[in-house]
Design a protein around this ligand. Structure first.
Ligand SMILES: NC(=O)c1ccc[n+]([C@@H]2O[C@H](COP(=O)([O-])OP(=O)(O)OC[C@H]3O[C@@H](n4cnc5c(N)ncnc54)[C@H](OP(=O)(O)O)[C@@H]3O)[C@@H](O)[C@H]2O)c1
Length: 298
């Protein structure tokens, strides 16, 4: 997929007007703040990026201000988020809001949306990127780790979308980017729950995208192969075969994902190898595909 001929990357929509009322409702309705010098009012949109402290999320946070978007950064690591916010403020004069939250806490999405409302911020772009992996055979992995993963990868994404989408829909504009993976297409032994969360993500994204047809709001699922980040290190799976056969650069994935999102693509797979794998999965007997995925994760 080549997005070099996508629509202009600087968004054409205008900021919405501020409304009074409940902070949670305001999060979907109020006006975005000024983003710094040299940014036209046409480009005043705010992107909420989860998992912005490292990897793909941090790179998306670097891409977005280059295209004129203000930023709200969410992750647990407050210091890293502030360092990134300072970097972006120096480079682009961007107005970056840092909201440290643990998305494995059930009340985090409501708290984030409430804090957006208190700052009179509108999320015109929602990037559901935060994610984690629990590696190992299903009967050996820790339930508490898996419970947290289900919240971060699945529940928080669903709840944040549920809270933010109605405002986008009412304004008739918005972009949602959900970061899936190759596991969205094929069950992955030793990543069983992780790949199930990513299959859910793709199913949810495509269904909502169809519901939103013609509304001015789009949903994009970006599903990369292996990417250089902290994900596998955190999960203790840096030895797996998958990572020996080439990994993608997080900054390239982020740029690609941004363009796909702005073009309103429903599905975007950044690398050729994953595109071929995903096509093969459709033709191979299902059990073979799952076994091959398992081999890559040994
Ligand atoms: N790397 C790959 O090979 C690959 C391939 C396909 C898809 N993906 C997907 O890409 C997304 C980003 O992953 P990455 O590769 O960039 O990994 P990463 O470097 O580990 O980044 C993960 C991000 O999620 C945040 N996060 C984790 N747990 C969180 C929690 N409980 N609450 C809030 N934030 C949390 C982390 O921030 P804190 O630790 O500061 O909270 C970090 O910013 C994930 O959804 C992942 O599944 C990755």
């Amino acid at each position: 997929m080549d997005f070099s001929r996508c629509p202009p990357s600087r968004p054409r929509w205008k900021p919405s007007r501020a409304l009074g009322g409940d902070p949670a409702a305001l999060a979907g309705q109020a006006v975005s703040p000024a983003l710094g010098e040299g940014v036209s009012s046409e480009a005043m949109t705010t992107a909420l990026v989860t998992g912005a402290s490292s990897g793909i999320g941090a790179e998306l946070a670097r891409v977005l201000p280059r295209h004129g978007h203000g930023l709200v950064l969410v992750a647990r690591d407050r210091d890293r988020l502030h360092r990134l916010a300072d970097e972006l403020a120096q480079q682009h004069g961007s107005d970056v809001v840092v909201l440290p939250h643990d998305l494995s806490h059930p009340d985090a999405p409501e708290a984030i949306v409430r804090e957006l409302g208190e700052r009179s911020l509108v999320a015109d772009i929602l990037v559901n990127n935060a994610g984690m992996i629990v590696y190992g055979r299903f009967w050996e992995t820790d339930w508490e780790d898996e419970r947290r993963m289900l919240w971060v990868n699945l529940m928080a994404l669903t709840r944040l979308t549920k809270l933010i989408l109605p405002g986008m829909k009412a304004r008739g504009r918005g972009r949602i980017l959900n970061v899936g993976s190759v596991g969205s297409f094929v069950p992955s032994p030793r990543n069983a729950v992780y790949s199930a969360t990513k299959a859910y993500l793709l199913s949810l994204s495509e269904a909502i995208a169809e519901e939103l047809q013609g509304s001015g709001v789009t949903v994009t699922a970006v599903c990369p192969g292996a990417v250089r980040s902290e994900l596998q290190q955190r999960a203790g799976m840096t030895h797996v075969r998958l990572l020996r056969s080439g990994v993608l650069d997080a900054s390239r994935v982020a740029e690609y994902a941004y363009r796909a999102m702005m073009a309103g693509k429903r599905l975007a797979i950044p690398d050729l190898r994953t595109r071929i794998q995903v096509s093969l999965v459709r033709f191979l007997p299902r059990a073979w595909a799952v076994r091959m995925a398992g081999r890559m994760l040994e």
